[in-house]
Design a protein around this ligand. Structure first.
Ligand SMILES: C[S@@+](CC[C@H](N)C(=O)[O-])C[C@H]1O[C@@H](n2cnc3c(N)ncnc32)[C@H](O)[C@@H]1O
Length: 201
């Protein structure tokens, strides 16, 4: 899959759009492994604003100087979130991901103090979780099959009595949609972008 230049918008839409339909974990892991060398170029083509939007939300919620916060970036991919965090003074960054190829890309950034391979849902996180958790998910149509689960998520986590739901922040213009079918009519999604929601616990 490696390529000299970033693909055209239609190529990237086809590649990333196809991945949205993969539900089986091993198949998804294979996709991420093959995609790792091209991931940054492809998400640039899709005008992926997710890392900046998520870090905006997190930075507003965290009190205290950024240098004192230890951040675990889970399913961190190539480390785009780490680049945003570092730009805002967050320097203690740990990361985990289930793909060795993504791990290698993130290692190349030199921004994480500790990186490890970890498949979420199958293995425990290698670092203890702190007091604030930030989760994001796309709210485009192809993701709406998970709508019920997403809407229930804040309540479910709160019921465990270990988590307090702090913020559900809708975020527009998350990234370009991979197809017209992904856009939600009558919303900001109509301009070709999809939106998302950022949860803080
Ligand atoms: C689209 S990338 C997102 C990266 C980053 N969070 C960002 O917004 O730039 C998704 C990443 O999640 C990782 N991932 C997906 N499912 C995972 C799982 N169950 N355990 C660990 N990593 C996972 C993939 O390997 C991939 O690197």
């Amino acid at each position: 899959m490696a390529q000299e230049e970033g693909g055209s918008l239609s190529e990237v839409r086809a590649r990333v759009g196809a991945s949205h339909g993969i539900t089986e974990l091993a198949h998804k892991q294979h996709f991420y492994e093959c995609w790792a060398p091209d991931c940054d170029k492809d998400v640039a083509v899709l005008q992926y604003r997710a890392p900046r939007l998520a870090v905006d939300c997190l930075a507003q919620a965290l009190s205290g100087p950024p240098q004192t916060a230890l951040i675990l970036d889970a399913a961190r991919g190539t480390g785009l979130v780490a680049a945003e965090l570092q730009a805002r003074g967050f320097l203690q960054l740990h990361g985990v991901d289930g793909s060795p190829g993504m791990l290698e890309q993130a290692q190349g950034r030199g921004l994480y103090q500790h990186l490890s391979l970890c498949t979420l849902g199958q293995e425990p996180l290698p670092s203890p979780k702190g007091r604030l958790v930030c989760l994001t998910t796309r709210t485009n149509l192809s993701n709406l099959q998970y709508k019920e689960a997403l809407e229930a998520a804040p309540d479910r986590l709160e019921q465990s009595r270990e988590w307090e739901h702090l913020v559900a922040w809708p975020a527009d213009r998350w990234e370009l949609a991979t197809s017209k079918l992904e856009a939600v009519p009558g919303t900001s999604d109509s301009d070709g972008f999809i939106s998302s929601i950022i949860y803080l616990y």
